[in-house]
Design a protein around this ligand. Structure first.
Ligand SMILES: Nc1nc2c(ncn2[C@@H]2O[C@H](COP(=O)(O)OP(=O)(O)O)[C@@H](O)[C@H]2O)c(=O)[nH]1
Ligand SMILES: [Mg+2]
Length: 450
């Protein structure tokens, strides 16, 4: 599984930029540095010190650059790592890569540097995945969650939970092995309160809504009758003329996506075709698509035209979405209104009711505040990665079974089976109990050079 050879890759993104970094990791890294980097500085190189010099292709200077050797184990991979900082851009970086390969390095596979950091025990699997999550973070919150994961806060939660399970298991095993000496009550000791505490902390960490919001942003769908003012509101929120607005019903036919950031969280806004019976085949597909995204939305905003009396169908729709995550937006507040917010509030329990006008921008602040509140995330640690969530859910179900068993005084052997399963699933998160194939497939999703 672990290949001991020396690997290389371009660590920076491709394209035009100030500098490019080429990374070389493995036993041969310093040899390669000596071969390809010419400097007036005295050798041997000091570890972790940046040197000025030239990238050489045989005896020809290719680029003016900086270089550093980071000797094992104090490096990203825990191996000797040589980094070359060349001028940016495609050509300079690829020349440097070719020269490092010709000097004896092998082109790294995707994620191979991080995989070595994992296999050398510097970080666990969940921290390795955090590296990728940091690179692809779509907002401040996603970045923060990934950085906490990388720092090992999630790993600590797992290790603490595993300790509770191990303690419970050792008590049980002792009672099974020495039934004469150890009373059941002694073996159980704190078993039930410990498992209850563990169950609660796992439940806090399994927050699928928050996890999805961190990963993909808050999904907000604007829906309602044609001409209600959805596209106008969509444009107002985005501060741009993204969607076409006319007084012709059926102007918006397909879904239109736009995004803003509120409190560091990505808000994905979707403008939809007005839901109505139509003979237009394209609008018909649009209406179907609108229905689908409404189903999957975190927040549904029902837009109603304040100049029209509220139709019975609209009220039914509002009642069907009477949830604290949704809102009714009464538009065209600058015109005489036929719908009163109080009237809707009196008929509903949980839905938020707001009034806006695109003419004087009224209600926009309140609308953004409403969305920001829906995007608020808990301060406690929660799993964001789907693989970790799945493993944590499996662990929780075994913890619950063990707890139930303990409460019902079932044979200790049966409780121990569930505790061992829970341990196994927690170990999947940090990578202690996963197979080689899974590890390979995780790192295959990384970018080259990381
Ligand atoms: N006076 C006024 N007109 C509006 C307001 N919002 C939308 N409209 C108008 O209502 C019509 C329909 O708007 P549009 O956003 O296309 O509605 P949609 O079909 O729900 O997307 C357009 O002529 C808009 O200019 C508003 O707040 N005040
Ligand atoms: Mg529209």
């Amino acid at each position: 599984m672990y290949q001991n050879d020396t690997i290389t890759g371009i660590a920076t993104a491709t394209g035009i930029g100030g500098i490019a970094i080429i990374r070389v990791s493995g036993k041969n890294a310093e040899n390669i540095m000596n071969k390809v980097f010419s400097t007036k500085a005295q050798k041997p190189f000091k570890s972790h010190k940046m040197y000025y010099g030239f990238l050489m292709d045989d005896n020809t200077r290719v680029d003016e650059c900086m270089a550093v050797i980071m000797r094992a184990p104090k490096s990203y991979t825990c191996e000797d790592v040589f980094e070359l900082h060349t001028h940016g851009g495609h050509e300079a970086a690829h020349q440097a890569l070719r020269i490092c390969i010709e000097a004896g390095a092998r082109l790294a596979e995707p994620g191979e540097f991080t995989k070595r950091a994992f296999l050398n025990g510097r970080i666990d699997l969940s921290q390795s995945e955090a590296v990728m999550a940091m690179i692809s973070a779509n907002g401040e919150s996603a970045l923060k969650a990934a950085s906490q994961q990388l720092e090992g806060m999630q790993s600590k939660l797992i290790q603490d939970s595993k300790q509770i399970l191990i303690k419970a298991l050792s008590g049980i095993e002792a009672a099974i092995d020495y039934p004469e000496e150890i009373e059941d009550t002694e073996a159980f000791g704190n078993l039930i309160p410990d498992l209850e505490e563990l169950k609660a902390s796992m439940e806090d960490a399994i927050d699928e809504r928050s996890a999805r919001i961190v990963r993909d942003g808050l999904q907000v769908v604007l829906c309602g009758n044609p001409n209600a003012g959805k596209s106008t509101l969509f444009n107002m929120l985005l501060s741009s003329d993204r969607a076409i607005v006319t007084d012709i019903p059926g102007t918006t036919r397909d879904l239109i996506h736009g995004s803003i950031t509120l409190n560091g969280i990505l808000i994905n806004l979707i403008d939809t075709a007005g839901i109505r019976e139509t003979d237009d085949p394209i609008e018909k597909i649009g209406v179907e698509r609108a229905k689908k995204v409404i189903e999957n939305a975190d927040v549904v905003m029902l837009v109603v035209d304040g100049c029209q009396p509220l139709h019975k169908d609209d009220l039914n729709f509002i009642l069907s979405k009477d949830d604290k995550n949704n809102a009714v937006i009464i538009t065209k507040g600058d015109l005489p209104s036929l719908i009163s917010p109080e009237d809707i509030k009196a008929k509903t329990k949980n839905i938020t009711v707001l009034q806006t006008s695109s003419i004087n921008q009224s209600g926009l602040k309140e609308l953004k505040e409403f969305l920001a509140e829906k995007a608020l995330l808990p301060k406690t640690l929660f799993f964001t990665h789907t693989r970790h969530l799945d493993a944590a859910k499996a662990a929780l179900s075994h913890i619950e079974k063990a707890l139930e068993g303990a409460e019902m005084n079932i044979p200790l052997e049966l409780i121990s089976v569930d505790l061992k399963e829970a341990l196994h699933y927690l170990g999947e998160i940090t990578g202690e109990s996963v197979n080689e194939e899974l590890i390979d497939s995780i790192f295959a999703n990384f970018c080259v050079g990381k």
